[in-house]
Design a protein around this ligand. Structure first.
Ligand code: PLP
Length: 375
């Protein structure tokens, strides 16, 4: 029996392709959620399947005590596509683990322990990551939070006074995901960068949800022109294969034993990561995310009936002035469309970056119908 920690829908997807899922009854569903932003290039993309199948027949894993050239290939391609060719890559297995390692690196770098995080932030469930998380639904068993100060998000003045010479690291999402799709303003991110430079704090951009092309740029902070010291990634990086990573500025020096993991950078994970980047590049999926994001946002604006529309690219939050669970259920059960929520009142869309106009239209038609019913 499984440890029962997840409330589940009584739907079991057994097959998937592109933006669609099929359940055990053969019913088809449009997937506008991608299992929390994980499906980046689309389900079972033929090139992705071919790459993993080929790799399985060669070698899937050995430990980080031997050379794995696929790690170099992934690092080189990621550096080039993301615009950070001079940053080094540390590979791990999940978003929380990436954040954990980033916080560790920051502390190694300046010898400090205090962390600044932001209200409504979500950084994961491991000890360090959950300590920097401010979300009523995420429970931590003991007070891990002694080193973390939570400042208001998007408040540049509070950041100026809250980041001090004692601050080890500032960790922030370029677009808050679980916290409700709140986009960090250019001024806010630029202030964080400046204050970190002034105080010697390390600036970590948690790009686990908002990175990997989702915002219409590789990283959402690239809309503001800043360069973080560390960027954490996971979710879309492997299109469903578990892989995470930290991109690390050249000012950090690596030493043997500083970081480590058994599974991080294994052959299969690297091959999945490389396939994702190749597909993103060859199919111009970052540009598609920007275009389809605008298309969806225009359509949602025309439908109206919401309180606020937020997000960038294919990371979209529609806040209503009522709880959205019934709306989400209607979309799922009556229209066969998977969406997500953030908090009680915000519908969250995180479709594949390869979403097409026809699929966007299917959602817009369903939303128009349901919004008319509830309003
Ligand atoms: N950071 C952000 C912004 C996230 O949205 C998440 C997961 O939702 C995480 C970190 C944690 O990632 P994982 O669940 O892979 O540990």
């Amino acid at each position: 029996m499984l440890f029962n920690v997840y409330p589940l829908y009584d739907i079991e997807p057994v097959r998937a392709q592109g933006s669609y899922l099929w359940d055990t009854k053969g019913d088809r569903y449009l997937d506008l959620y991608g299992g929390h932003a994980v499906i980046s290039v689309g389900h079972t993309h033929p090139r992705y399947v071919a790459a993993l199948t080929d790799q399985l027949q060669k070698i899937s894993f050995y430990s980080n005590s031997v050379k794995v050239s696929l790690q170099d290939e992934l690092s080189e391609k990621l550096g080039r596509l993301s615009g950070y060719p001079d940053y080094a890559l540390f590979l791990c297995n999940s978003g929380a683990e990436a954040n954990e390692n980033a916080l560790k690196l920051a502390s190694f770098h300046n010898g400090r322990t205090k962390v600044v995080a932001f209200k409504k932030a979500f950084h994961g469930r491991t000890a360090g990551a959950v300590a920097a998380t401010d979300n009523a639904s995420i429970v931590a068993p003991v007070n891990y939070n002694q080193h973390v100060t939570f400042l208001p998000f998007n408040d540049a003045a509070a950041a100026v006074s809250g980041i001090t010479d004692e601050t080890c690291a500032v960790i922030v999402e370029g677009i808050q995901g679980v916290g409700g799709i709140h986009v960090a303003s250019d001024e806010f991110l630029q202030t964080l960068r400046r204050r970190c430079d002034e105080t010697g704090a390390v600036l970590i951009l948690d790009s686990v949800q908002c990175g990997y092309g989702r915002s219409g740029k590789f990283f959402s902070h690239q809309h503001s022109g800043i360069h973080p010291d560390l960027m954490t990634m996971a979710k879309g990086m492997g299109n469903g294969f578990p892989i995470g990573g930290v991109l690390i500025s050249p000012k950090f020096e690596a030493t043997y034993g500083m970081l480590g993991t058994t599974f991080g950078g294994n052959h299969l994970a690297c091959r999945a990561g490389i396939a994702v980047l190749d597909i993103m590049q060859d199919e111009a999926l970052i540009e598609n995310a920007a275009r389809l994001g605008d298309y969806l946002a225009d359509g949602i604006r025309q439908i109206g009936g919401y309180k606020e529309l937020r997000g960038r690219g294919l990371m979209i939050g529609i806040e209503f002035d009522f709880p959205v669970e019934p709306l989400r259920n209607a979309l799922l059960f009556d229209h066969h469309i998977f969406t997500g929520v953030a908090g009680k009142n915000t519908l969250r869309l995180l479709p594949s970056l390869a979403l097409g106009v026809a699929e966007a239209d299917t959602f817009l038609e369903a939303l128009a119908k349901e919004v008319k019913v509830v309003s």
